[in-house]
Design a protein around this ligand. Structure first.
Ligand code: SF4
Length: 241
């Protein structure tokens, strides 16, 4: 018998502490709530909407709502996963995500989450945006075509690296990632391959040069196990010890 307060996640008792969010408590208990912009090391962002769950019948973001004892949370229901599939579909067509030619394939959180949700095709028409690649930096290249605007690089560079190299510009459909330098080029910043921001991108935008495919396809994090079976998710293979 334990006095630890709990809430229910898909009918299962999950321990929770005061101040802990639903996703933090679920992660601590090894339970997967789909997400893209949430990261345990940073303040919640609440932008990707993948972690929307139903708590006591209300739709809420699991990354921002506090886990309260006795709360009933629905997570992996067909209805909620269907909504997540729609969001993923929109992300895939909004950028240029060509998994077979992407260095991040097998280590990509967007790809792994789509597999987890059973997404089998891109349901909507592709936008095919024209976003130039920035290969100006000696050690890191940026392929903006794959950006899902989670702002993890923005938070890592600003809050952890103390450099503020990245930012989002524009609004709505015109929202996009920019580099904070007069020229807009990464080479004209003090960005370094050792920065946390260089390793935080969940998709294939921020890529270190000269290590591409060092870990072969088939031996990458999500080749081995689905994302829901990796709690916490494995680091990208090029950063693994
Ligand atoms: S570059 Fe990567 S980490 Fe930065 S906002 Fe885009 S997807 Fe997120």
């Amino acid at each position: 018998m334990t006095d630890t307060p709990t809430f229910q996640l898909d009918g299962e008792d999950i321990p929770c502490r005061p101040g802990q969010t639903v996703i933090q408590a679920a992660q601590a208990a090894g339970r997967y709530i789909p997400h893209l912009c949430w990261h345990p090391d940073y303040a919640p962002h609440g932008s990707c909407k993948l972690c929307l769950v139903k708590a006591d019948g209300r739709s809420v973001a699991a990354c921002t709502v506090e886990a309260r004892p006795g709360m009933q949370v629905e997570n992996r229901t067909p209805e909620i996963d269907d909504q997540r599939r729609r969001l993923l579909n929109m992300l895939f067509v909004e950028g240029n995500h060509f998994c077979p030619s992407c260095e991040k394939s097998g280590n990509c959180t967007l790809q792994a989450t789509a597999y987890e949700m059973g997404m089998t095709n891109a349901h909507y028409d592709h936008f095919y945006p024209d976003r130039p690649v920035d290969a100006s930096h000696p050690d890191v290249m940026l392929d903006f075509n794959r950006c899902i605007m989670c702002e993890l690089c923005v938070r890592a560079s600003r809050d952890e690296d103390g450099k503020n190299v990245f930012a989002l510009a524009g609004r709505g459909m015109r929202s996009h990632l920019i580099v904070n330098s007069a020229s807009g080029r990464l080479a004209d910043t003090n960005f370094a391959a050792t920065d946390r921001a260089a390793s935080i991108c969940p998709v294939g935008v921020i890529l270190k040069k000269r290590v591409g495919f060092a870990v072969p396809i088939g031996r990458r994090a999500f080749d081995a196990l689905p994302i829901s079976a990796q709690m916490p998710p494995a680091p990208p293979a090029e950063d693994a010890p």
